[in-house]
Ligand binder design. Structure first.
Ligand SMILES: Cc1cc2nc3c(=O)[nH]c(=O)nc-3n(C[C@H](O)[C@H](O)[C@H](O)COP(=O)(O)OP(=O)(O)OC[C@H]3O[C@@H](n4cnc5c(N)ncnc54)[C@H](O)[C@@H]3O)c2cc1C
Length: 391
């Protein structure tokens, strides 16, 4: 029997956060027929409300070198395929105390090992670049961090996926997985504008529902031990730095200030919650972020919060030993191993590594459907986010 052409294989992707949109783009570029369904607006989950740091990898170079290397590589790729969705402004890892400066040689070695360019700046050089950083700073590493706009990020992937034939349905919630026996053969969705219910048949379904991935896999009777791990962020009125300002040391609470348009985002904290939908904002987290943010940039004391928000990292239980010693890597599950054909789940990672997550997922989809189509997302420049509205 002749093999089916790649275009005749239909894949439904659940979720239009950074993971789902990157998967949709990769699959559409390889020639698959792709449908994306998202229960809210594009990027309305975790992706739309994170710090928006395009990781250089430096943040994890001492605690999680594998993720750090992945970030460093993906940083290069994203800079070249979607410069229009980024502010390529760099970042500093600042030593404020002797305790922080004691990390200097370890951080330098770790950056070298991970392939991250990180020259050391004297306190005077730091202040010349960033006049609001604490005047008594003891110097800083300069790294290739950046800042992305999460909506533009997702729209660029989706505009390109659409150009390659994908259909995108926001405000379309998956209520059930269509199953024949235990095999998944599509999704039953509600259009939340019209309340119309419809079936979308598929050769394969990719569950990219982020911290809600456990709820999707439970529809097929599967137990995915999600451990939603939120963080609080405080958006301060005014832009007090041009680069991402990190405190030198191991990743910890309240150690980063990210400039986002005319605001400064103070981040973050980390703990576990049972469900990603209802996350309380502990007052002591806000107080800690304000205190530590102002230690890095004293002028923030003149500003006030204009928004306080939280979202949950889409992590699974094995990744969370202690919420600060969490692996920032990702996992791609072929549920055939648990007896359910036709369903793949991708969780974990970061927005900064979504392209690599998509490559792994699309490779698995190809191998499951018997398709040979190489990944081309590394070298394919994405459409502008604007094209989403007229593609
Ligand atoms: C506090 C914090 C700060 C972070 N900061 C950064 C950072 O600075 N840089 C970085 O690179 N990463 C950062 N991350 C990590 C990053 O935000 C996540 O890894 C990434 O956003 C996950 O994307 P996702 O697409 O997997 O999940 P999501 O963005 O949550 O997308 C999943 C989508 O699935 C949809 N969905 C759920 N259920 C259904 C259903 N039944 N039907 C249809 N759709 C459904 C949801 O509405 C949602 O839009 C941060 C994470 C946290 C928690």
């Amino acid at each position: 029997m002749a093999e089916k052409a790649v275009q005749s294989h239909h894949v439904v992707v659940i979720g239009a956060g950074s993971t789902g949109v990157a998967v949709a783009h990769d699959l559409a570029l390889r020639g698959f027929a792709v449908t994306v369904v998202e229960r809210g607006a594009i990027a309305s989950g975790t992706t739309g409300r994170n710090h928006c740091l395009l990781h250089s990898g430096a943040r994890y170079c001492m605690s999680d070198p594998v993720s750090a290397q992945e970030c460093a590589q993906e940083n290069d790729v994203l800079r070249s395929i979607m410069p229009h969705a980024m502010e390529l402004n760099g970042g500093l890892f600042v030593a404020l105390t002797e305790e922080h400066r004691a990390y200097k040689s370890r951080f330098q070695e770790a950056c070298q090992t991970c392939g991250i360019d990180a020259p050391w700046l004297t306190p005077e050089q730091v202040l010349a670049l960033e006049p609001h950083v604490h005047p008594d700073n003891l110097g800083a590493f300069h790294v290739p961090d950046g800042v992305f706009d999460p909506l533009r990020f997702c729209l660029s992937f989706l505009a390109t996926a659409r150009r390659n034939g994908a259909d995108v349905f926001p405000f379309t919630r998956v209520d059930e997985l269509i199953q024949r026996g235990s095999a998944v053969e599509g999704v039953k969705v509600s259009d939340l504008h019209t309340n119309r219910v419809r079936r979308i048949e598929a050769d394969l379904v990719v569950n990219a529902a982020g911290p809600w991935a456990g709820e999707i896999s439970a529809m097929a009777g599967l137990m995915l031990p999600m451990d939603p791990t939120p963080g609080v962020m405080v958006s301060m009125r005014g832009r007090y730095c041009q680069r991402v300002i990190n405190r030198l040391g191991m990743p910890s609470d309240g150690d980063i200030v990210v400039p986002q348009r005319e605001t400064s985002i103070l981040g973050t904290t980390s703990w576990s919650v049972p469900r990603a939908d209802t996350i309380p904002i502990p007052e002591e987290h806000v107080a800690l972020l304000l205190e530590r943010g102002r230690a890095l940039i004293p002028a923030l004391a003149e500003s006030e919060p204009q928004g306080i928000f939280t979202v949950a990292r889409p992590l699974i239980h094995e990744m969370v030993k202690d919420t600060r010693q969490v692996s920032r890597g990702f996992e791609c599950f072929d549920h055939a191993a648990e007896g359910v054909q036709g369903l793949v789940t991708i969780v974990g990672g970061k927005t900064s590594t979504s392209r690599a997550m998509a490559e792994t997922t699309a490779d698995l989809v190809c191998s499951k459907l018997g398709i040979q189509a190489p990944c081309r997302t590394r070298e394919t420049r994405l459409e502008s986010y604007r094209a989403f509205y007229y593609t």
